[in-house]
Design a protein around this ligand. Structure first.
Ligand code: ADP
Length: 763
């Protein structure tokens, strides 16, 4: 007898562990998944897909469990009373039932018993110690309860209580692959090898009228056919297939025949009818897929087969293999192209990253250069403005001083022109400084209280002065209901209005310039002011209108070569308006005139309108005299000292001058002054250092004495810098006489001031 091998192929182990072991075991499938070795997620996914496909092809779908059998109370009681059913076994009837190499009870019948056990709770104990030949006797004597593989025949029905047939099989006629016999009829009356004492032998003899060549086992009969001693053998299809596989025979073919009427049932001791009923219910509850799983585990079709089945299997196997191959090829190709794409993608990504890095670096460099350039430009502008303002102070200041003297008419006119040219030059410098501030985003708008009527009067005065020589009417219409006490940046509002009105005056040869001011109150504490400047001047072409607001944008210059300008004024004015929540717009008719409208918002401090303007007084430039006051003026430039002396002369104060900070500190240490006007940048010792030194002197008067900075620096933040360094106030050069008067009024002690009567003021 050939040794049999363990069959536990699909993970379900046979239900009996060892002979005589009373415990039924039914373990679920345990699939251990090896750690993934594939590098990429995609490869793993593809491998899983492939495995899933293979499994589904091989297993033909998952096993669907049948429903649990419904047992009566009596049956349940039986199970409680008979927890273990002793089974008589055939140890050599593979694959139906047998003992494997480890003497485990294995095969189709034990698998069915395991399922029954699972569904009912009954436990089956194989009686391995009882020889097969004695099993029937032992059932009759009551030592055994059950025989699992019985033919359903009348003879058996007399001996046992038989269950329904749970396993059906066909018969197989096995021939060599090169045999000329193709059908069962070819064997009628011939000699067939069969296992002795089996129903097959009877079948062959009675149905086929064949002569019988008897063998002790099916295996022996098969070997006889394989090595040519016999032409054919007859056996059960499952056992034949199992044996061929176990023996490794490859030169055989088989023809199935017979109806499905062959099959096994279980035989139960005649006094255990409940057991038979329970077994029948449990067998009925076994699903087709559970049955198919058992069949496919034990009955392998491979290597041999009858012609049709073999062809079918070949097609199936070929088809499956082709399908698998196609799938595998597809997946491999997909993986390959995917990898290629990823590699390409990575390449692009790193190229892109490199480009981004380089571009970022370039941009950073460019930004740095731009910032440096902008800082250099600002520094240059600040320096230039300081350098230009210093001599401009002398030009404008001395012209002012001259104009205060009794001059012959020609000389007075010339002095006025010098002053006017100086003021124009100064306004250009101021525009350039403003522009650089706007560009650097450093334009600041202050928020201080002011009288709207004062602002309008200032602007009106200046424009009337400029328009005086022209045959142009200046018409002013101010909404009388506007609040007078406002909050905002008066100087910047003035700058906007002067720009619009000066342009109107410049570009109008005859006719009129009309200045209209109206307002609306969007909220209680805010007024929306609208300034409209209408002229009957040269007008602007439609296509040029937007260019006006471009920096340095001047239009139609060839037609007005005599009119000066930088093209910055409107750019600055629009920026200022926008900073005050407004804007500037323009409409124009070329050759007829233009209307510029500026809108902006200011805070309202008081709703009272401005007072009706009284008869305009001549503006005062010197509001007092102070013969008892001692004033020290510190400046290294002789010209500046001359201007200061000239502008201060009408105040009739006692003036002392010196050329640098060091001298100033020495002088102050020796004697008291009512006021010090201190230049900023000087040789030997600058103004800031000198002021700090004065404040450090050991006398109280030195700490309280007013020191006013006099500087040509006009960059933002200067005022704050001086105030933080011990100065009391700030006066910019070129000196504005009105500002000078205000500063003196603020710091010369009241006790030393003698007010000037209105009519006598001004020079
Ligand atoms: P500027 O007057 O210093 O040249 P602006 O920015 O104030 O600079 O004005 C830009 C340009 O707009 C002027 O050069 C001029 O061509 C045009 N412009 C401004 N106002 C008027 C106006 N009222 N009538 C005609 N053209 C004007």
């Amino acid at each position: 007898m050939h040794q049999k091998k363990t069959a536990s192929g699909n993970g379900r182990v046979p239900p009996y562990a060892g002979g005589g072991n009373l415990t039924t075991m039914y373990r679920p499938v345990q699939t251990s998944v090896p750690p993934h070795t594939c590098g990429s997620k995609h490869a793993r996914r593809a491998a899983l897909l492939l495995v899933a496909c293979l499994l589904s092809l091989l297993c033909e779908g998952a096993v669907v469990q049948g429903a649990a059998p419904i047992l009566t109370e009596a049956e349940k009681e039986f199970i409680r009373k008979h927890p273990v059913i002793r089974v008589g076994i055939n140890p050599n009837f593979a694959p139906f039932e047998f003992l494997d190499n480890w003497r485990n009870y294995a095969g189709i019948a034990p698998d069915y018993l395991a399922l029954i056990s699972e569904k009912t709770g009954l436990r089956f104990a194989p009686a391995v110690e009882i020889p097969y030949a004695a099993t029937q006797e032992k059932v009759w004597s009551g030592e055994l309860d059950l025989l699992p593989t019985l033919d359903r025949s009348a003879e058996q029905e007399n001996k046992f209580l038989l269950t329904q047939r749970y396993y059906e099989y066909k018969l197989a006629l096995v021939v060599r692959a090169d045999s000329p016999f193709k059908s069962i009829d070819d064997f009628r009356g011939r000699l067939l090898a069969v296992q002795e004492n089996t129903s097959n032998a009877q079948f062959a003899f009675s149905t086929l009228q064949a002569g019988l060549s008897l063998y002790a086992s099916e295996e022996d009969a098969l070997l006889a056919v394989a090595d040519g001693r016999e032409a054919a053998m007859l056996g059960y299809l499952p056992t034949v297939l199992y044996a061929i596989r176990e023996l490794g025979l490859s030169n055989l073919n088989y023809i199935t025949f017979g109806s499905d009427n062959n099959g096994f049932c279980m035989g139960v001791r005649t006094d255990l009818s409940e057991l038979r009923d329970i077994l029948n219910k449990a067998l009925a509850a076994i699903s087709p897929s559970e049955k198919a799983a058992i069949r496919s585990r034990w009955v392998h079709v491979g290597g041999i087969g009858d012609a049709d089945e073999k062809r079918r299997m070949r097609y199936l196997a070929g088809g499956s293999a082709a399908l698998l191959l196609a799938m595998a090829t597809f997946i491999v190709l997909k993986l390959y192209s995917h990898r290629k794409k990823i590699a390409l993608h990575r390449q692009h990504e790193s190229m892109l990253q490199e480009m981004v890095r380089q571009r970022t670096e370039d941009l950073q460099n460019q930004t740095r250069l731009a910032v440096e350039a902008s800082q250099a430009k600002s520094a240059f502008l600040a320096l230039m403005s300081h350098e230009i303002r210093t001599p401009m102070n002398v030009v404008i200041g001395l012209a002012e001083v001259m104009l205060r003297r009794e001059l012959p008419a020609d000389a007075a006119k010339e002095a006025r022109h010098i002053k006017q040219a100086g003021v124009s030059l100064l306004s250009i410098i101021n525009d350039i400084l403003d522009f650089s501030k706007i560009e650097a985003g450093k334009l600041t708008i202050t928020d201080e209280e002011y009288a709207f009527s004062d602002l309008i009067r200032d602007v009106e005065d200046i424009i009337r002065f400029r328009i005086a020589d022209k045959p142009v009417d200046f018409i002013v219409r101010i909404d009388a209901g506007l609040p007078d006490r406002l909050r905002g940046d008066m100087n910047r509002v003035r700058q906007i209005l002067l720009n619009l009105l000066s342009n109107a005056v410049k570009y109008t040869r005859r006719g009129s310039v009309t200045f209209t001011v109206t307002g609306a109150m969007p909220a209680d504490d805010r007024v929306r002011l609208t300034f409209e400047v209408t002229d009957t001047g040269v007008g602007i072409r439609q296509e040029d209108l937007e260019k006006l607001f471009n920096s340095f944008g001047r239009v139609d210059i060839q037609n007005h070569p005599d009119i000066e300008g930088t093209g910055l004024g409107l750019t600055i004015a629009r920026s200022l308006c926008r900073a005050m929540d407004g804007d500037i717009s323009v409409t124009s008719e070329y050759g007829k005139g233009s209307v510029f409208t500026a809108e902006l918002t200011q805070g309202v401090v008081e709703h009272r309108p401005r007072k009706a303007s009284a008869a305009r007084k001549k503006p005062r430039t010197v509001s007092f005299i102070a013969p008892e006051a001692d004033v020290l003026v510190v400046d290294d430039l002789r010209g500046n000292l001359l201007v200061a002396e000239g502008l201060l002369a009408p105040y009739r104060m006692r003036l002392v001058t010196c050329a640098n900070g060091r001298e100033a500190v020495d002088l102050v240490a020796k004697r008291p002054f009512d006021l010090v006007l201190m230049d900023h940048m000087m040789p030997v010792m600058g103004g800031v250092e000198a002021t700090l030194a004065i404040r450090a002197l050991n006398e109280e008067r030195c700490r309280t004495m007013p020191v006013v900075a006099l500087t040509a620096s006009a960059v933002s933040g200067m005022r704050e810098m001086f105030l933080e360094n011990g100065f009391n106030d700030f006066l910019s050069k070129p000196i504005d006489v009105a500002q000078l008067d205000a500063v003196l009024l603020r710091w010369i002690p009241a006790g030393k001031r003698i007010s000037m009567p209105e009519e006598a003021s001004g020079l």
